[in-house]
Design a protein around this ligand. Structure first.
Ligand SMILES: NC(=O)c1ccc[n+]([C@@H]2O[C@H](COP(=O)([O-])OP(=O)(O)OC[C@H]3O[C@@H](n4cnc5c(N)ncnc54)[C@H](O)[C@@H]3O)[C@@H](O)[C@H]2O)c1
Length: 320
């Protein structure tokens, strides 16, 4: 693990019931072994090793000389590009990078090319793609069994690139690319280079409103999609999914209205465990994965375009 902060090692401990860190997911997998951590803050690496085991490496080269099969980059966003390039000097078989891959889609495209040329697998951890509850929804949406999309929304905070990208990625997976978008507002609630955005995304039959929350008040992540035959609402930070279906109105005869069918936990919390299994399968069986860097490049392009577009100007997606 490169970086020994919260998502790498800090959110939980071996005694925690839930798997919230890469270290926990790796140590809980029967076929995986945690080699150790490198972090420029030696203290963070030692703290992580004390909790999870493995070696506290003194440098990136020291870590790579240990010949791990997989390296997971868990450093802050601004360091990903440099680390991805440095890892290629002495590469493992597979590199997993936390999202976003870099701060710049052109750099990400270049890295996808470099990794392909070097024959090294590169995955970006859009872990919602791995959640079985999300997968079932994506399949239903793509199969047409839900009918036409009528309307929807994505509400987010803490930057369209940093946090909103999870939602944009999920919309792309379930609905395909929007034809066009118009940005109507920016809120700087986290980082000046990454606004939280209000916008309208245009699809064939419907529009989706992108709504800007404010991380300084609370964290917001919700996706609400209304189809002809069902409504899927991911809420509570994306940890729960409520499905509604149109049913006869119990009060006014002759009308249909949406009524709750189920409310379940999504698999988001378990998805780092699924990621370890995905890495194992990728190493043993080969083949493409759901989170190959090339497959999520467009998510980064779209988020960057939403972050930088002039307000109230309609942009066709083909311009990206
Ligand atoms: N996929 C998800 O849902 C999800 C969730 C949380 C975080 N993340 C991503 O994980 C990354 C880390 O987030 P975090 O919350 O754990 O951050 P953090 O600040 O808690 O930890 C980052 C660690 O990286 C170390 N570091 C700094 N520069 C480094 C470098 N050049 N090389 C190696 N390590 C370096 C820091 O010392 C720190 O210990 C971010 O890119 C974030 O977007 C993704």
């Amino acid at each position: 693990l490169i970086g020994a902060g919260r998502i790498a090692a800090g959110y939980d401990t071996p005694a925690s019931g839930q798997v919230l860190t890469h270290a926990h997911a790796i140590t809980a997998h029967p076929e995986a072994v945690l080699s150790g951590f490198w972090d420029p803050s030696g203290e963070a690496a030692v703290r992580a090793v004390n909790t999870w085991g493995g070696t506290a490496y003194h440098s990136l080269r020291d870590l790579l000389d240990g010949r791990p099969d997989v390296v997971v980059i868990c450093a802050p966003d601004g360091h990903h590009e440099r680390l991805l390039r440095d890892v290629l000097d002495h590469p493992p078989q597979l590199v997993v990078c936390e999202k976003p891959m870099t701060l710049n889609a052109a750099a990400s495209s270049d890295l996808v090319r470099c990794y392909e040329q070097a024959g090294v697998g590169l995955l970006v951890n859009y872990q919602r793609r791995l959640d079985p509850v999300v997968r079932a929804f994506v399949e239903a949406s793509r199969s047409g069994s839900l009918g036409r999309l009528l309307c929807g929304s994505l509400a987010h905070s803490k930057g369209i690139k940093h946090n909103g990208s999870h939602g944009v990625d999920l919309l792309r997976l379930a609905l395909g690319e929007p034809h066009a978008f118009t940005v109507t507002g920016h809120r700087l609630d986290y980082d000046a280079s990454d606004p939280t955005v209000s916008a309208v995304l245009e699809y064939e039959d419907a529009e989706i409103a992108v709504l800007a929350g404010d991380e300084r008040a609370f964290s917001l992540f919700e996706i609400d999609l209304v189809f002809e035959r069902a409504r899927y609402r991911f809420h509570t930070g994306g940890l729960r999914l409520t499905i509604q279906r149109p049913r006869p109105d119990p009060v006014y005869p002759g009308y249909l209205e949406l009524q709750d069918e189920s409310c379940v936990a999504t698999g988001f919390v378990g998805s780092l465990g699924t990621l370890v299994q995905l890495c194992r399968d990728r190493l043993v069986l080969g083949g493409p994965t759901l989170i190959d860097a090339g497959a999520v490049l467009m998510t980064q392009k779209l988020c960057e375009a939403l972050a930088s577009a002039p307000l109230h100007r309609r942009t066709e997606s083909v311009e990206l």
